[in-house]
Write a protein that binds this ligand. Structure first.
Ligand code: PLP
Length: 471
């Protein structure tokens, strides 16, 4: 069933408005808690369902499909737990992300490891657990050779290729350019034949992985990358004379619409495009893995920050809020590529409806570029109001940047049971100032000025003794 994009958008906006007001009323937001992240649990469930429905509608019945959430988009254990409950696995790219997925109860069989810089220990752990691993490059394949020889593993093993289809509008999220750092660059001289041989020489290598891009990459380009990867799998299997490659792992995040409330493009559009462009992909001969991140969470998250002060400078009105670079690093450092919508709420958490005024929405950090929005026309923000940065459920409040030792805000999931009835669940406690000190070497306060420790119990003093350069 096709989802109604407009109705979905209205529902999401209405839930968000209820949640902001309830957060103020219930004291999750206020003078002493000046910034929070809010996650729409109903919205996340809806996004997960839309993803599953989109692929169910195009794959042959019985095709194994694992939708693995790219953990880097929202590395929060309760979020991974919710997605797991909704039938979504985990794509991890570090020991930390793997530990988060395991803490959330995502089983190894529903986890995929894809980092471009896996250490021998990480590979060993993944193979011991039976987690699927995609090798990034020939040197990593060498390591897998040794590990597979040393001990049997239940891990499905694959190879990542870069189909070199070109980039999108944002260089940093274009993963399939000619010189991208990821995977085996398929169109380089001799590379394709090398890949085919790599498979023929390794009967246990059964997957092909590609990730053609994220934000800013058009669907047509993603589809071209998938088509090239599919063609390569067909070639390998033809040369092997058997279905050696049994699973295609289609990384590639769907771009998110940051310009309006509507979810566009949809998973259904992308799945239909793939079905049209690469007809053999879904006929049941290949199992499928997907790795969506941003598109599952972005529109289901909101940063809400109190307006501490308002002022004007050079004729420009400025609202100084508590949300800046610490929760929106990408937007602050690359505002052209990552603009965010801002919604204005009054001191009671009700949407402001007064006519728009051109203003800057600034963050709390001590550099002049710390702006969530510049020259934006919004209802005039006043002291004690709240500014909400919308579509920030992925790569924003879950990606704290510790500038000015600003504390990580708390994150709360919400569900709306009816008008005025909102239930919150803590996803992440706010970081305390004591934690900021502890995580900034608070326990080593005199490490750089203390005399040499005679016992040498402290690891930093050991280094001092060995080099003899300090103290
Ligand atoms: C980041 C990443 C994804 C997810 O990208 P999004 O744009 O967040 O959807 C998927 N696969 C791999 C390999 C990635 O690195």
């Amino acid at each position: 069933m096709e989802r109604d994009v407009e109705q979905e958008a209205r529902g999401r906006a209405a839930r968000r408005d209820e949640a902001v007001r309830a957060a103020v009323e219930q004291g999750l937001l206020g003078p002493d808690t000046a910034v929070v992240g809010l996650l729409d649990v109903t919205g996340i469930r809806g996004s997960a369902a839309a993803l599953k429905e989109a692929f169910d509608a195009v794959v042959a019945p019985g095709t194994p499909v694992l939708h693995a959430f790219a953990v880097k988009a929202a590395p929060l254990v309760p979020v991974l737990g919710l997605l797991h409950a909704e039938g979504i696995g985990a794509e991890v790219a570090s020991a930390g992300e793997l530990a988060l997925a395991r803490a959330a109860g995502v089983p190894p069989a529903r986890t995929v490891l894809d980092s471009p810089a896996k250490t021998p220990a990480e590979l060993r752990e993944a193979l011991a657990l039976g987690i699927a691993v995609n090798a990034d490059n020939p040197q990593e394949l060498d390591r897998l050779d040794a590990l597979v020889r040393a001990a049997p593993t239940g891990s499905p093993l694959g190879l990542r290729v870069n189909p070199q289809v070109g980039g999108g509008t944002i260089g940093a999220t274009s993963t399939a350019t000619r010189t991208s750092k990821f995977g085996v660059a398929l169109r380089d001289e001799g590379a394709r034949e090398w890949v085919v041989r790599a498979f023929l020489d390794r009967p246990w290598l059964t997957r092909l992985h590609t990730h053609t891009g994220s934000q800013g990459v058009p669907l047509s380009l993603m589809a071209r990358g998938v088509a090239r990867t599919y063609a390569l799998a067909e070639e390998v299997n033809a040369r092997a004379g058997r279905r050696q490659i049994d699973t295609l792992d289609l990384g590639g995040g769907l771009p998110v619409n940051f310009a309006s409330e509507a979810t566009t493009p949809t998973y259904a559009q992308y799945a239909r495009l793939l079905a049209g462009e690469v007809p053999g992909l879904f006929d049941g001969r290949y199992g499928l893995v997907t790795e969506f991140g941003r598109s599952l969470l972005a529109k289901n998250g909101t940063v809400v920050a109190r307006v501490e002060y308002t002022k004007s400078a050079g004729g420009r009105r400025i609202a100084v809020t508590h949300a800046g670079v610490q929760v929106a690093a990408r937007t602050v450092y690359a505002p052209g590529a990552w603009p965010l919508r801002i919604a204005a709420y009054d001191a009671g958490g009700r949407p402001k409806t007064c006519p728009g005024t051109v203003q800057d929405v600034a963050g709390p950090a001590c550099f002049s570029g710390d702006l969530l929005a510049e020259g934006r026309t919004l209802p005039l923000l006043e002291q004690g109001d709240y500014a909400a940065a919308l579509d920030t459920g992925a790569y924003y409040f879950a990606h704290h940047y510790a500038y000015n030792s600003l504390a990580r805000p708390g994150v709360h999931g919400f569900t709306v049971d009816g008008p005025g009835s909102v239930a919150f669940a803590t996803v992440r406690e706010p970081q305390t100032v004591a934690q900021v000190v502890a995580e900034s070497g608070g326990a080593q306060a005199s490490a750089l000025i203390a005399p040499r420790a005679p016992g040498g119990a402290d690891p930093s003093s050991r280094r001092v003794r060995r080099t003899g350069q300090l103290g």
